[in-house]
Design a protein around this ligand. Structure first.
Ligand code: SF4
Length: 350
């Protein structure tokens, strides 16, 4: 039964929010609050003043800063399938007096193991999987709407890479109000359908891995340089693009918590479907996931630029130069491919 008491509960990454909603909580994605803050550096400084080391990931420090500054009293920390730093963050949050509940994705995307993990979370929060399944049904049209925005991005060229990023990444907690999220997104989708499509000759870019700390700046800079993001990998995963027939299947199909090879399969399929020209792999300073760059470079057959971000919330001149040089190379390659194609077409006509 849905409790009448609506209480905010912080989440450190995408977790099965259907259970939280069924238990009467409003999930608050602490990452989104951090990066939307008018001065995210201030939140990082709070963590550093409290002893978080300089060489700790900015997202972890930002989450901590949000808990301290925004009066968050309950948090669900994801202890497996996201970030090993979360385990120690959880201990520090407990030390500060927050109520902390752990949630762990199973090691493998196994439906039975997932069902058991979901059931444990439901029991911890005082609800049931049946109630959470009803919330799932309610959220499915909202998730489908986010996927429609995604389709308008890559198939119709009507949505910017930034809008795609923002709305998809926000589906981790639906901006704390899924009714309002749906209304606003419906308006945006209707507006986008009236847009002029982006020019066909713009480069088509895939953005893979965790969201960037310098998000807005990155997407706008790419568009200024005639390249647009038509695939935001993890952000799209947050919408649960393969919902399956139940919650356990939905969160087993979600690729982020599991082996990088599962992500690679999803990425490879989407690169082809979306006719992507090049890939940007973002890595966060001091993040273990950066090592995955080796596997992506081996497994992806497209040109790839690896960008690192730390606590710089805008693109540095050095990063801008690297992006420009990369796009320039891709454009030239594209031109070179077009010349023999044009010649072949000419001979065919003769
Ligand atoms: S970017 Fe990496 S280190 Fe930072 S919170 Fe995410 S998974 Fe953890």
């Amino acid at each position: 039964m849905v409790s009448s008491q609506i209480k905010k509960i912080g989440i450190t990454t995408t977790i099965p929010i259907e259970i939280l909603l069924a238990a009467g909580y409003t999930p608050v994605d602490l990452n989104n609050v951090f990066i939307s803050d008018p001065d995210p550096g201030r939140l990082v400084n709070i963590a550093q003043r409290d002893g978080f080391p300089l060489n700790c990931c900015t997202w972890i420090k930002g989450i901590y800063g949000v808990c301290r500054e925004y009066g968050i009293s309950s948090v669900i920390c994801c202890t497996s399938g996201d970030c090993s730093n979360t385990i120690m963050l959880m201990e520090v949050l407990r030390l500060r007096g927050l109520k902390v509940t752990a949630f762990a994705y199973p090691e493998l995307p196994n439906r039975q193991q997932m069902a058991a993990a979901l059931d444990r979370l439901a029991q911890n929060l005082g609800t049931t999987l049946e109630a959470a399944s009803r919330v799932r049904e309610e959220l499915i049209p909202v998730r489908e709407l986010a996927l429609e925005l995604d389709r308008l991005t890559w198939q119709q060229g009507l949505v910017s890479g930034w809008e795609n990023h923002y709305w998809l990444v926000s589906s981790s907690d639906f901006n704390q109000d899924h009714h309002n999220y749906r209304l606003k997104l419906e308006e945006l989708v209707a507006q986008c359908r009236r847009h002029q499509p982006y020019p066909q000759d713009m480069l088509r870019i895939a953005y893979i891995s965790v969201p960037p700390v310098y998000g807005r700046d990155l997407y706008h800079y790419l568009e200024k340089n005639r390249a647009r993001v038509v695939f935001n990998e993890i952000q799209r995963q947050f919408t649960m693009p393969r919902p399956g027939d139940c919650l356990a299947q939905q969160y087993s199909n979600y690729t982020y918590p599991y082996s990088i090879h599962q992500r690679l399969d999803d990425i490879t399929t989407e690169l082809e479907r979306r006719r992507v020209d090049a890939v940007i792999h973002y890595v966060q300073a001091f993040c273990h996931r950066a090592i995955g760059d080796i596997i992506f470079r081996d497994g992806l057959k497209l040109p790839m630029l690896t960008l690192e971000g730390n606590n710089d919330f805008f693109l540095s001149q050095q990063v801008r130069t690297r992006i420009e040089a990369f796009l320039d190379i891709i454009q030239r390659q594209r031109q070179r491919q077009k010349i023999p194609e044009a010649r072949a077409n000419k001979f065919r006509l003769i």
